[in-house]
Design a protein around this ligand. Structure first.
Ligand code: EPS
Length: 373
C-alpha cells in the first residue's frame, strides 16, 4: 500500500520523508519536485522565513537513473534556518496553536518543543510526496491543481471555466483567478499585516480526467470522500472540507441538486452539472473532482492574545514569533499534494501497484471495458 512518513522540525536540520509502495518503472523529474516547493512557498502574505528557505529535494534512495524500482523513496529537504538550539524556550502558549494541548499531552513545559514539530513547515515534505504522486498520475493524463476562492471576507464572484483556472492561478500572486477579488484580498492582507493580525480563507483543489470507479461504497474506510476529507483536513489550519457544492446543496430540495444522467453515442454517460464534485457513493464518477478547504486564520499573531504563563499561572500575552499573515495559497498547493497522494493510493488499489507497465495494461483493459458498458 502507498504510504509515507515524515520527520523533522521547523528549525531543525531539515525534513526527511519516506514514500513506500511507489511502483517500479516510473520516471521521476527531481526539478519538478523543486518546482512544487517554489509553488508552496509563494503567495502574498507569507512571512520572512520564505526569503530564508530555498527548498531543494535531495533524493536519498529509491531512484536509479531517474526511475523508480519499487524500493522506498527517501527525500531530504534542508532547512537554511537551522537554529533550533539557539531559540528561546516558550512558556506562554498561543491560543489556536498546538502549544497547550501538546504540552499537556507530552508533559512538556517548554512550548518550543511542541511548536517545532507542529509547525506547518512539515508540509514541505508532503509536497515532495505530492510531486511524485502527481507525476505518476500524469502517466494517465490525470492533473491536480488549486486556486484561492476566498481570503477573509473577500470572495471570488466571477465564474471562470475549469480549463482556464490552472494557467490563471499560476500567474497570480494569490493563486486567485478573479482580479477584482484578488485586489480586495491583497488589501485585506495588508491591513492584517499592519495590525499584527492574520487571515484565513478558502482554496479549491480540482483533479481532472479521473476514471470512474476509484474508491468504494463497500466499507466506511474505502469511501474516497472520507479519505479525501481526512487528507485535506490534516493540512495545518484547515478546519472544514467541502466536496462539490455540498454546503450550497444542503439548503435545497433533493430534486434541485443531483446531477442528472444523460447518454449519447459519442460521449457515453454525461452530466450537465457537477454539484457532487465528481464523487457519488464514495466513488469517482468520471467528472472532475472538486474539493474545498476552509482555513482558519493563522494562530501566531504579533498582536498577541491572552494566555497564561505555565510557570506562574499568571495572565500574560501569548508568545510572539515571526509568522505568516496569510498562507491560503500555500495551503492549496499542499492540499494538491494530499489529494494527489490519496488519488494515487486509490488508483494503485484498483489497477495494481508493482510496476508501471502492469498498471498501464490493467488501466487500459478497464477503460476498454467501460467503453462497452
Ligand atoms: C510556521 C511559522 C513560520 C512559517 C512556517 C510555519 O515559520 P518561522 O516561525 O520560522 O517564521 O514560515 O512555515 C514554513 C517555514 C514553511 O516552509 O512553510 C508555523 O508556526 O507553523
Amino acid at each position: 500500500m502507498l504510504r509515507f512518513l515524515t520527520a523533522g522540525e521547523s528549525h531543525g536540520k531539515g525534513f526527511t520523508v519516506i514514500l513506500d509502495g511507489f511502483p517500479a518503472g516510473c520516471k521521476v523529474d527531481t526539478a519538478a519536485i523543486n518546482g512544487e516547493f517554489l509553488r508552496r512557498q509563494a503567495g502574498y502574505g507569507r512571512g520572512k522565513r520564505m526569503k530564508i528557505e530555498q527548498d531543494k529535494a535531495e533524493i536519498v534512495s529509491g531512484l536509479k537513473d531517474g526511475f523508480s524500482f519499487g524500493a522506498p523513496i527517501a527525500i531530504f529537504i534542508k532547512n537554511n534556518d537551522f537554529s533550533i538550539n539557539k531559540k528561546p524556550a516558550i512558556y506562554s502558549p498561543r491560543p489556536g496553536h498546538a502549544d497547550l494541548a501538546g504540552g499537556m499531552k507530552y508533559n512538556l513545559k517548554d512550548y518550543r518543543l511542541v511548536l517545532e514539530r507542529a509547525s506547518a513547515r512539515e508540509t514541505v515534505a508532503r509536497v515532495a510526496v505530492g510531486a511524485l504522486c502527481k507525476q505518476f498520475l500524469g502517466n494517465f493524463k490525470i492533473s491536480v491543481f488549486s486556486h484561492v476562492i476566498q481570503i477573509g471576507s473577500a470572495r471570488v464572484l466571477k465564474k471562470i471555466g475549469q480549463n482556464s483556472i490552472f494557467k490563471l492561478a499560476e500567474r497570480s500572486p494569490l493563486r486567485c483567478v478573479d482580479k477584482k477579488a484578488e485586489k480586495e484580498m491583497i488589501e485585506l492582507i495588508d491591513e492584517a499585516a499592519k495590525k499584527g493580525d492574520s487571515l484565513g480563507g478558502v482554496f479549491e483543489v480540482i483533479a481532472q480526467s479521473l476514471p470512474p470507479g476509484l474508491g468504494s461504497y463497500a466499507q466506511w474506510d474505502m469511501r474516497l470522500d472520507g479519505q479525501i476529507a481526512s487528507a485535506i483536513i490534516s493540512v495545518p489550519a484547515v478546519k472544514a472540507v467541502e466536496i462539490g457544492s455540498a454546503v450550497e446543496n444542503s439548503f435545497h430540495f433533493g430534486s434541485d441538486v443531483q446531477d442528472e444522467i444523460f447518454y449519447n453515442q459519442k460521449s457515453g454517460f454525461i452530466r450537465k452539472t457537477n454539484r457532487a464534485g465528481g464523487l457519488e457513493g464514495g466513488i469517482t464518477n468520471g467528472g472532475s473532482l472538486v474539493v474545498r478547504g476552509y482555513m482558519k486564520p493563522i494562530a501566531t499573531l504579533s498582536q498577541a492574545l491572552s494566555s497564561v504563563d505555565i510557570r506562574t499561572k499568571k495572565q500574560v500575552k501569548a508568545f510572539k514569533e515571526r509568522a505568516d499573515v496569510c498562507a491560503v495559497p500555500s495551503a492549496g498547493v499542499i492540499a494538491e499534494s494530499m489529494l494527489g497522494f490519496v488519488l494515487m493510493r486509490s488508483f494503485l488499489d484498483k489497477f495494481g501497484s508493482d510496476s508501471l507497465a502492469d498498471i498501464k495494461t490493467n488501466y487500459k483493459s478497464y477503460i476498454d471495458r467501460l467503453k462497452n458498458y
